[in-house]
Ligand binder design. Structure first.
Ligand SMILES: [Zn+2]
Length: 116
């Protein structure tokens, strides 16, 4: 992926994918999910990587969780901390979208395996 535009009018799949994330950023860094499943989940952008922080899962069934249920703590630029054990990565934000999708958080604890 280069910093050059991949298409003339940002209508390709990749651009539409990151346009959606830009709408989430404008929504107070919260997911917009018409299905409701992830609606309102916080969005974290750390070192150009994009993450969805789903609510802390208490069911104990880790196999379906993001990062296999590892607990990760994010600190947002406003000082708020969010801990999730169901973090989903959307990958690296293309350079041409970085201005629209600036970093808004840091990871303050590396992924922790839950104790068995
Ligand atoms: Zn494109």
């Amino acid at each position: 992926m280069t910093s050059a535009q991949c298409c003339v009018d940002e209508t390709c799949y990749t651009c539409r994918y990151w346009h959606e994330k830009s709408e989430w950023a404008a929504n107070g860094d919260r997911v917009i999910d018409p299905s409701g499943i992830m609606d309102g989940a916080p969005v974290a952008r750390v070192d150009g990587q994009h993450f969805i922080l789903k609510p802390y899962d208490q069911t104990g069934d880790r196999q379906w969780l993001g990062f296999r249920g590892c607990e990760i703590t994010f600190r947002f630029s406003d000082g708020r901390e969010v801990v999730s054990n169901d973090v989903w990565s959307q990958g690296e934000i293309p350079a041409r979208f970085r201005e629209r999708l600036p970093d808004n958080a840091v990871i303050v604890s590396q992924p922790q395996e839950p104790t068995p």
